[in-house]
Design a protein around this ligand. Structure first.
Ligand SMILES: Cc1cc2nc3c(=O)[nH]c(=O)nc-3n(C[C@H](O)[C@H](O)[C@H](O)COP(=O)(O)OP(=O)(O)OC[C@H]3O[C@@H](n4cnc5c(N)ncnc54)[C@H](O)[C@@H]3O)c2cc1C
Length: 203
């Protein structure tokens, strides 16, 4: 029998996102992640104090959220954008692709099944990956939407942080604007992941 012909006649079909997600769940399960919560609950002024409030639900804020959850530290992300339109990719961006090479692993935090490549190959296969030059920005946004979904991140969209106020008792108060109006949340720590908006906004 001619084995060469049998093995090279057709490329394997993409495994699909459901299979990738099953693998990712298994990987996390084997590593006992996310970590078990261990921080004591804290209240001030009759209000719960969040362990970490993350301002910005772009790729950096999401990576910070996953990293904290894996350490067993509860966190909430606040982002001013509507759901699935965080960061510049599907709004202010004009260039059609990312600038970085496709092989940079982005916010995957060392998990192979969480990389853009895994997400891409699961849907389009290895030949398509080999043929891809730079990652189209809207496809990157789709990947980030998937990332958020599979990692089950707590992102409160349409929540704009208006002020960050450190208090004398060591707690930080965040003043928020959302469709429900203005409110204040308290946090032990704050991560600022506001991207370019933090430098004054897209221009
Ligand atoms: C076309 C294009 C190609 C690019 N290519 C690359 C590349 O190849 N490699 C690379 O590293 N970078 C590239 N960049 C830069 C890219 O913008 C950043 O790498 C990436 O967006 C940084 O992620 P981030 O999470 O830090 O910030 P962002 O993605 O900007 O996310 C910040 C989030 O914070 C939210 N936010 C800001 N202020 C507040 C507030 N007060 N309250 C609540 N939410 C707030 C914003 O709504 C936003 O969703 C490219 C950019 C563009 C436009």
């Amino acid at each position: 029998m001619d084995n060469t012909q049998a093995t090279t006649s057709s490329a394997p079909s993409p495994v699909g996102l459901a299979a990738l997600e099953a693998r990712l769940r298994q990987d996390l399960e084997w590593l006992a992640l996310p970590g078990k919560s261990w921080t004591p609950t804290l209240e001030r002024d009759g209000q719960p104090v969040i362990d970490v409030a993350i301002i910005g639900g772009g790729q950096a804020g999401m990576a910070a959220s996953v990293a904290l959850s894996h350490l067993g530290i509860a966190n909430v992300i606040y982002d001013q954008s509507p759901k699935d339109f965080e960061g510049p990719w599907a709004t202010t961006a004009r260039m059609e692709t990312l600038r970085s090479p496709k092989t940079l692993t982005g916010p995957a935090l060392g998990f192979p099944a969480l990389t853009f490549r895994a997400w891409f190959e699961a849907q389009f296969g290895l030949a398509a990956w080999d043929a891809l030059d730079k990652i189209p920005r809207l496809q990157w946004m789709d990947y980030l939407r998937w990332f958020r979904r599979v990692m089950q991140l707590d992102i409160r969209n349409e929540h704009r942080v208006l002020a960050v106020q450190p208090r004398a008792d060591g707690i930080v108060a965040l003043k928020l604007q959302s469709p429900a109006g203005e409110s204040t949340v308290l946090a032990r720590r704050v991560v600022v992941a506001t991207g370019r908006d933090g430098l004054g906004g897209a221009y």
